[in-house]
Unconditional design. Structure first.
Length: 103
């Protein structure tokens, strides 16, 4: 099944994984500039978008198997918060304590 994510969704997924453009580029055997071009919409080839989405899906399955946790991290990514940053970890800690809710 072919799933095409938007550039915003791809960036949010990357941030949810706590990865930089350079980190993902190394996994995909690409340059960080190529990842940046995909995320900014300057590369619109469906094959590039599909490959990037496929890799991020696979990494999500491996690194964040809990669907609820994955959803929370992706929501944080839409706001530009890297889940491995100090801010991201603080938000996740507060969420797990029940002090904040994501909806």
């Amino acid at each position: 099944m072919l799933i095409l994510y938007s550039k915003e969704e791809l960036k949010a997924m990357r941030l949810a994984l706590g990865m930089s453009c350079d980190d993902v580029a190394k996994v995909m055997y690409m340059t960080k500039q190529q990842i940046s071009l995909i995320e900014t919409g300057k590369t619109t080839k469906n094959s590039s978008l599909h490959y990037y989405g496929m890799i991020l899906d696979q990494l999500m399955d491996e690194k964040i198997p809990d669907i609820k946790e994955r959803d929370i991290r992706i929501k944080m990514g839409f706001f530009g918060v890297n889940s491995n940053s100090v801010t991201g970890q603080a938000l996740l800690d507060e969420y797990h304590k029940g002090h904040i809710k994501f909806s």
